[in-house]
Design a protein around this ligand. Structure first.
Ligand code: NAD
Length: 250
């Protein structure tokens, strides 16, 4: 077991990639904190993990764009498990619309949920990691942080920001033995991509861009996250691991 007795906080983990990461980490022996915007959904996800993997869990409602709720998430984690070894900044939103149609509120919402959240969650968790002289921070970027995707200007900017911030945080936190990395998924089958993937033409278009010829699953990202959270990646920091079936190889 690669993460035996490690404590992992995963934001936006009631479903999708976040839950996929929680599952893969639970399989490796980690204690899991599920957090998302709906407490009941978090509790449901925890029950599933406990039943499937006999792991210890905690459910905490947390809007990652709200400083008080983020601070509470980390405090609840420390209260229950006494430490935090792994922070996964996963929560995110993608809302389509052209630059002409979107307004300032759209921009602020996406940047707050996808990028400010990385600042807030990392800031809240880091003092505990510094004290224990170890930590693994993993943030969800996207291939949309490397190349343009039509009609999600705010999303692309937020993910580009996550990639840049990952490098800076890696420099800043290396002296405390804290590794900071990101994962940039390609197209993964979740609620976020459901609309695109249901549309036959769009699905075919997306698959045509993916050399491995399939859509990714949350477990594909979960397994990469386990690598970045485990001792196997102790000499990896400031890196964005692209997990995209070859999309960016073009
Ligand atoms: N699915 C993909 O193809 C894909 C590709 C690249 C990157 N990503 C990134 O992966 C991450 C997970 O996405 P997903 O595909 O699982 O989407 P998803 O919509 O299935 O899951 C996102 C989760 O985040 C939660 N969330 C939304 N706003 C929140 C907030 N303010 N506070 C806390 N939680 C909030 C949602 O409730 C949901 O449970 C996101 O950061 C996304 O940008 C996804």
């Amino acid at each position: 077991m690669k993460l035996k007795n490690k404590v992992a906080v995963i934001t936006g983990s009631r479903r999708g990639i976040g839950f996929g990461i929680a599952e893969e980490m639970a399989k490796e022996g980690a204690k899991i904190v599920i957090s998302d915007i709906d407490q009941k959904e978090c509790e449901k996800a925890c029950k599933t993990l406990e039943k499937r993997y006999k792991t210890k869990t905690l459910a905490v409602k947390c809007d990652v764009s709200n400083k008080n709720e983020v601070d509470n998430l980390i405090q609840q984690t420390i209260k229950k498990f006494k430490k935090i070894d792994i922070l996964v900044n996963n929560a995110g939103i993608a809302r389509f619309g052209s630059i002409s149609d979107k307004d300032e509120k759209d921009w602020d919402l996406t940047i707050d949920v996808n990028l400010k959240s990385v600042f807030l969650c990392t800031k809240a968790a880091v003092p505990y990691m510094i004290k224990q002289k170890s930590g693994k921070i993993i943030s969800l970027a996207s291939i949309a942080g490397f190349v343009g995707f039509d009609s999600i200007s705010d999303y692309c900017a937020s993910k580009g920001g996550v990639i840049a911030m990952t490098k800076e945080l890696a420099l800043e936190l290396a002296k405390y033995n804290i590794n900071v990395n990101a994962i940039a998924p390609g197209i993964i089958e979740t609620k976020m991509t459901e609309g695109m993937l249901k549309d036959k033409k769009q699905r075919e278009g997306l698959l045509a861009q993916t050399p491995l010829g399939r859509v990714g699953k949350p477990a594909d990202i979960g397994k990469s996250a386990v690598f970045l959270a485990s001792k196997d990646s102790d000499f990896v920091t400031g890196h964005t691991l692209v997990v995209d079936g070859g999309w960016l190889a073009h």
